[in-house]
Write a protein that binds this ligand. Structure first.
Ligand SMILES: Cc1cc2nc3c(=O)[nH]c(=O)nc-3n(C[C@H](O)[C@H](O)[C@H](O)COP(=O)(O)OP(=O)(O)OC[C@H]3O[C@@H](n4cnc5c(N)ncnc54)[C@H](O)[C@@H]3O)c2cc1C
Length: 493
């Protein structure tokens, strides 16, 4: 580890100061910058978007023309013409007084975090892949290590400006005439409309994060520790501003508890030779700058960079640092899926075909150990990411009806598993869906799904969705949620 005490603290390095802070709270004052959306350039961009949308002939599929995506549903064939949303990819304003920001809907969290950290502030939840956008995280959900304290990313969004499926531009907020859209937008995946700007709350961020890795040799003990952190806000006296975990096996699981820190006695750097997920098994204590902490998983796309050899020291040194990023690896996977390269290679070598098992699921903490045992027994992929969460809201969000007050653990697993001789695609994913339902959990929809229409409607509140669809996209110009997430897995994003 490099001892760089005093050199990388933004308050002493000539960049804008980061205000030390350890007790994030609600905004200091109400949002004061609604008027920003009246900004001439923003208004002109919205008007252009409306015209572009109106010019698309009815019946033609619509997609967002974005440079990046974190969806794990890959389209076949030629993509349809898309809507140019590049004007909505930046932060409009950060207001330190009210601790809020107004943000273009297609702004990446990388840009958003940079803009807010300059003021010693950060979004309440920062998903760990740099190119996830604020609009994408709200409509497609997200989770990160502050989610036990702060819930999901959409729960700190106070207002959204949305181009609806029927071509209007409306402002949706709690308590206004579009409150139903505000609450139904999370988990609608761009099927009701597109968020062009959002107002979000921010919290104070200290310059460093002090991490401790706690090892457990049994899933029950690990899940009990999660429940205890949820009750007490700390583990073995270490404050839990951040909590996530990594399961390498049922007898080797870690919870990583992070506390905001005003000091960094030494600092690790996992953007070079060393690899973050491997460090979890090493020394029990670590320090990172807040920025390096936020992107600790991005450099190696959690552990998925190993599929490209980037964890081999020789290849790693040759692989340019600027390409050690999740969006680079995701592009490579998209190419592989498109041209079926690894499938062809497997077939040539006489290996069994593999199924993509890339999912995030939320399971009540009391049933988390059962899920881990099921997963180890039936699927067997490792590591598995574990991220505890609890809704911030006291009311459920209609299209992803998690129970308020309940502690869940998000389990994330991203890769492939070899199919048994009699197994067809869906062999693993269907079992996972059934188990998630049996354990009272939920499954995110950014990847493949196999639910029947009836089960999907039951799991994701089909009645509430149908009402919103009638209200905001009566002619069905945008795909329906079931079609987009299940039957048209090859549909445009
Ligand atoms: C391997 C993997 C791991 C992941 N891990 C995590 C994780 O740990 N934590 C986490 O938080 N998330 C995770 N995700 C999920 C990710 O947050 C969601 O897929 C999210 O929707 C991606 O946002 P994006 O901005 O990249 O949107 P895109 O991938 O471009 O689009 C996602 C969907 O959202 C719609 N959409 C995008 N922008 C808007 C907008 N402004 N308004 C309305 N609709 C819009 C698109 O039409 C599309 O249907 C993971 C995804 C993958 C593939």
């Amino acid at each position: 580890m490099t001892d760089v005490t005093g050199t990388s603290n933004p308050s002493t390095s000539g960049t804008d100061p980061i205000t030390p802070g350890t007790s994030p709270g609600p905004p200091a004052a109400p949002p004061a910058h609604r008027g920003l959306r009246a900004d001439a350039a923003h208004q002109a961009a919205v008007a252009r978007l409306r015209s572009a949308y109106a010019a698309i002939p009815p019946g033609q599929p619509v997609r967002l023309a974005k440079r990046t995506s974190n969806l794990f549903r890959f389209r076949d064939g030629r993509p349809p013409a898309g809507l140019d949303v590049s004007a909505f990819g930046h932060v409009l304003d950060v207001d330190p007084a009210s601790r809020t920001a107004v943000v273009g809907g297609m702004t990446t969290y990388e840009d958003l975090a940079d803009a807010t950290l300059r003021h010693g502030l950060m979004p309440l939840v920062v998903p760990e892949l740099k190119t996830i956008t604020l609009g994408g995280a709200v409509t497609g959900l997200g989770v990160e290590s502050t989610s036990l304290r702060n819930g999901l990313p959409h729960e700190s969004v106070t207002e959204m400006e949305i181009l609806t499926g029927d071509g209007r531009v409306v402002t949706a907020a709690e308590g206004n005439e579009h409150a139903a859209l505000y609450r139904g937008f999370p988990n609608s995946y761009g099927t009701l409309g597109y968020a062009v700007s959002l107002t979000i709350e921010l919290e104070p961020a200290a310059p460093f994060v002090h991490l401790r890795h706690f090892r457990f040799d049994h899933p029950d003990a690990c899940m009990e520790a999660v429940a205890q952190i949820a009750r007490d806000g700390s583990l073995s006296g270490h404050r839990a501003d951040f909590v996530d975990g990594t399961a390498f096996g049922l007898d080797e699981m870690y919870l990583t508890v992070g506390a905001f820190s005003d000091v960094g006695p030494w600092l690790s750097d996992y953007t070079r030779e060393r690899i973050y997920y491997q460090s979890i098994r090493g020394p029990k204590e670590d320090f990172l700058t807040i920025r390096d902490y936020l992107w600790r998983w991005d450099t190696d796309w959690f552990w998925c960079s190993r599929a490209f050899g980037v964890q081999n020291p020789v290849i790693r040194r040759a692989w340019p640092r600027r390409y050690r990023r999740s969006d680079t690896y995701r592009r490579l996977v998209a190419l592989d899926r498109r041209y079926r390269l690894s499938a062809a290679l497997d077939a040539r070598r006489g290996r069994a075909p593999r199924e993509f098992v890339t999912q995030d699921v939320e399971i009540p903490v009391e049933r988390g150990a059962e899920f881990l045992r099921f997963f180890a027994d039936r699927v067997g992929m490792s590591p598995v990411w574990m991220c505890p969460l609890r809704l911030r809201s006291t009311r459920a969000w209609p299209l992803y009806p998690m129970r308020p007050g309940q502690v869940y653990v998000n389990f994330g697993f991203w890769g492939t598993a070899p199919l048994p001789p009699d197994g067809a695609d869906g062999h693993y994913n269907r079992q996972i869906e059934e188990q998630v339902t049996a354990l009272g959990g939920h499954k995110g929809l950014y990847s493949t799904s196999y639910y029947s229409k009836e089960e999907f409607a039951e799991r994701y509140n089909g009645a509430a969705y149908a009402k919103l669809k009638r209200e905001y996209d009566p002619d069905g110009r945008l795909a329906g949620l079931y079609e987009k997430c299940v039957t048209l897995a090859s549909s445009p994003p």
